[in-house]
Ligand binder design. Sequence first.
Ligand SMILES: Cc1ncc(COP(=O)(O)OP(=O)(O)O)c(N)n1
Ligand SMILES: Cc1nc(C(=O)O)sc1CCOP(=O)(O)O
Ligand SMILES: [Mg+2]
Length: 522
Amino acid sequence: MDSLGAIRSWPANWRITTATMTTTEGIKKVPQVLTVAGSDSGAGAGIQADLKVCAARGVYCASVITAVTAQNTRGVQSVHLLPPHFVSEQLKSVLSDFEFDVVKTGMLPSPEIVEVLLQNLSDFPVRALVVDPVMVSTSGHVLAGSSILSIFKERLLPIADIITPNVKEASALLGGVRIETVEEMRSAAKLLHQMGPRFVLVKGGDLPDSSDSVDVYFDGKEFHELRSPRITTRNTHGTGCTLASCIAAELAKGSSMLSAVKVAKRFVDNALDYSKDIVIGSGKQGPFDHFFGLKKDPQSSRYSTFNPDDLFLYAVTDSRMNKKWNRSTVDAVKAAIEGGATIIQLREKEAETREFLEEAKACVDICRSSGVCLLINDRIDIALACDADGVHVGQSDMPVDLVRSLLGPDKIIGVSCKTPEQAHQAWKDGADYIGSGGVYPTNTKSNNRTIGLDGLKEVCKASKLPVVAIGGIKISNAEAVMRIDEPNLKGVAIVSALFDQECVLTQANKLHKTLKESKKGI
Ligand SMILES: Cc1ncc(COP(=O)(O)OP(=O)(O)O)c(N)n1
Ligand SMILES: Cc1nc(C(=O)O)sc1CCOP(=O)(O)O
Ligand SMILES: [Mg+2]
């Protein structure tokens, strides 16, 4: 991602793994983020939040402080701006020594401080720049005056890879336009994109009277609305900083922008949900726990960055079918994603390990650049070796609790379940979703018991996890599956109706359209 002209390519012998990059000589390079922001004495926002997020996401974070605030859960009592020359000194010290992948900016309280930042970023290019245009604290204190607007718009936004304004900040950047609906958020995102950032995320957390928390993401062509149930809590201080620094951390680990934004949104939602009842401070707005994922209590283990909506159109590859139609697995995956597949599973029962691994690595790159999760069927070793997003295992594969201990909290685990008992066990063992079928008879998986729509309904009713249906599903029956009217049935997993076809793209398009139509009526 080249935000500043020069792009730093990785040395040829390095490869990015989960949280560290290992060279062939064994030197470990950790993805690195630099936050340039203000200090929050209450530690809920600012550089303190940025440091916590990056630690929680397995990324090293250094910090350049632009201002020191005296604040607590009751608000901001006072602000001390650091002299621009000292901000510049800090920038030179770290930028001349560390190999930052991403710079994330928070509170930039004066044009002079923005100026020294721009100069140093020009002298020391980084791969990506995340700009969180902090202007007003969530407690309403102005952290950057109107004088900052022009240098933001003319100099900083044009070099940003992504900007993450809330609706108030977006309105300020656009001269005070009204932004009170999702439609107005979309218009604002489009106008802000014209100011130069490659991507725009308008955060709708403080949109008045909305039941869901909606953020609007715009890449210059397409909009993505990232919705999640609004969490009622006083502990929302620092959500903006946290979202932006989590995006920076995911980018530093090699994610695409859309994937990074999705993970960050889930991270904030999970942190807010886990922290909704904690009490820190006596004021009206408290901080939340960034380290919920590290807690050992049963509640925290329920949180992952997995988004159940990703189960909507679940493509499961089959190399025999792809060979029959003379297409590579990579081309099959590309076509499925282009046609609307929302998650990919590599299911290669006959492939030799080396061949499977090379195929998986190629597909990880494709999926990551498209913001689509890639899961590996059965093979935990392959998933670990290619840093896939997770695995799908059956009842006779490695036990799920062992898989969870090997993959850690952030990887996705799906489990095949035919019965309510298997669904309950999958939940107890820490799975993220279950695949349930065969809904209809299938030739793709031999000796597979068919459970029918009734069996699927029974499993959905018993399951605490989101469910994807599988087995004999195609365009003609997909709607009937989705209409069993079980809220945790999130989609359908398909093999032959996608890949035992002449054109994967066409079939994926048709299936996606059919599924969207079926959802309208539910
Ligand atoms: C989403 C989904 N559901 C079920 C399966 C079946 O997995 P498979 O490895 O083919 O068979 P089992 O190991 O579950 O018996 C799947 N691949 N994906
Ligand atoms: C991989 C798989 N698992 C099933 C299960 O019941 O767990 S059925 C199945 C095969 C699904 O292929 P098709 O979409 O071609 O019917
Ligand atoms: Mg299996």
